[in-house]
Write a protein that binds this ligand. Structure first.
Ligand code: ZN
Ligand code: ZN
Length: 379
């Protein structure tokens, strides 16, 4: 979701106020009356880990390409004029950080920093400790509420009014933070497990939506013939599901007949274990405050599946990063009527089917610029 703050500094001040209120307000007004000294120390330890990982996520550079980086022959050649350097694969220029960011995930308004290759482990630790701390606090607050309920027939002067007020105020705030961070944490873990950044998930969605566009396939064909200097092959399906019924395409269509989105291979998905350890380090280091990723971020390994099964044999994204205007023929009604597969028809009628990469909007309403990406000064 895109958040734009009028004063960007609020992006850090708001979380700091919320963390401090929850961590210390609850300790002073509620927890110190009920937890043992040891439990109170543990609680303060969780709070400290939130501050430490948050500071690391804010102040760690998300990762810059090395100076004088030279692209490999099998990758797209992308030159960033603002940084005066070539971009490695998976790198994007962030318009707020004003630098190229390795394995850029998104620009985060709540850390005033990008989430990228170098600080993703810090960002994930931050989410984890917030999830853990607010979850622990929620259990403690619920215990208080249960006790109030059980003692509801006692005279009111026996209650500590400050504590009661704090519980009423802090419980919904704590639950809101817990629930939203939990959802974000799980979403990020799933993305990391799939080996994709948020930007790459967006890209995959774009290609999936535009799968039946002549425009996409004309560009893929042109890229193939230019990069490999040979004729575009006849693509075949590897894993075509039974429910996928193909129709005859009109003569001369650029869209392949027997090749589905399931046959497209994302190059950097190395399997869940390797994806996790490459991005976050080995599990024994996951909670160590300064631990980093296992890779350098600018020579990403491609999967064996990609090397052996990818029929397009093109760098990611296969239709290229810079896209020229192509005018395409729209199907006439007869051609559309011939399409028996409902899903295919829906995709062909999608108004976004011929959008350029820079103007494509995904189902959540996100464009590439909403992740902070600036690719205007590229050649
Ligand atoms: Zn740049
Ligand atoms: Zn940024």
């Amino acid at each position: 979701m895109t958040v734009q703050l009028k004063w960007p500094i609020l992006g850090v001040i708001i979380p700091c106020v919320i963390i401090a209120t929850l961590a210390y307000g609850s300790h002073y007004f509620v927890l110190r009356h009920h937890l043992s000294v040891k439990e109170q120390w543990m609680y303060e330890f969780y709070a400290t880990m939130i501050w430490v990982s948050y500071a690391f996520a804010i102040f760690t550079n998300p990762g810059k390409p090395p100076a004088k980086y030279k692209p490999l022959p099998q990758d797209w050649t992308r030159f960033c004029k603002k940084c005066d350097n070539y971009k490695p694969p998976r790198t994007h220029h962030c318009r707020t950080c004003n630098q190229c960011v390795l394995e850029m995930d998104h620009h985060c308004p709540w850390t005033l920093n990008c989430v990228g290759h170098e600080n993703l482990p810090h960002f994930m630790r931050f989410l984890f400790w917030v999830f853990w701390g607010t979850g622990y606090l929620f259990i403690q607050l619920c215990k208080r509420i249960m006790q109030y309920y059980e003692e509801s027939n006692m005279p009111s002067y026996l209650f500590d009014k400050w504590e009661l007020t704090a519980v009423i105020f802090l419980t919904p705030v704590d639950f809101f933070v817990f629930a939203s961070i939990f959802v974000l944490f799980i979403r990020c873990l799933i993305n990391i497990g799939r080996g994709m950044t948020q930007i790459e998930i967006w890209e995959w969605e774009r290609i999936e939506t535009q799968w039946f566009s002549e425009r996409l396939w004309l560009m893929i064909r042109a890229n193939y013939e230019k990069l490999h200097n040979k004729k575009f092959p006849k693509l075949t399906s590897w894993r075509r599901g039974d429910d996928y019924e193909m129709v005859d395409r009109s003569e001369g269509s650029a869209i392949p007949e027997n090749f589905t989105i399931d046959d497209l291979v994302f190059p950097y998905d190395l399997g869940i274990w390797k994806n996790l350890t490459n991005a976050l380090g080995y599990p024994y280091a996951w909670l160590i405050p300064f631990a980093g990723p296992n890779t350098n971020g600018y020579t990403p390994e491609v999967s064996i599946e990609f090397e052996e099964e990818d029929q397009l044999n093109l760098p990611w994204p296969p239709d290229g990063v810079r896209q020229q205007e192509i005018t395409v023929r729209r199907e006439n009604d007869d051609e559309l009527r011939n399409i028996k597969n409902y899903q295919e028809l829906r995709k062909r009628l999608d108004p976004r089917v011929n959008d350029k990469r820079s103007s494509f909007v995904n189902d959540l309403g996100e464009r590439l610029v909403d992740f902070g990406v600036d690719e205007s000064d590229e050649e």
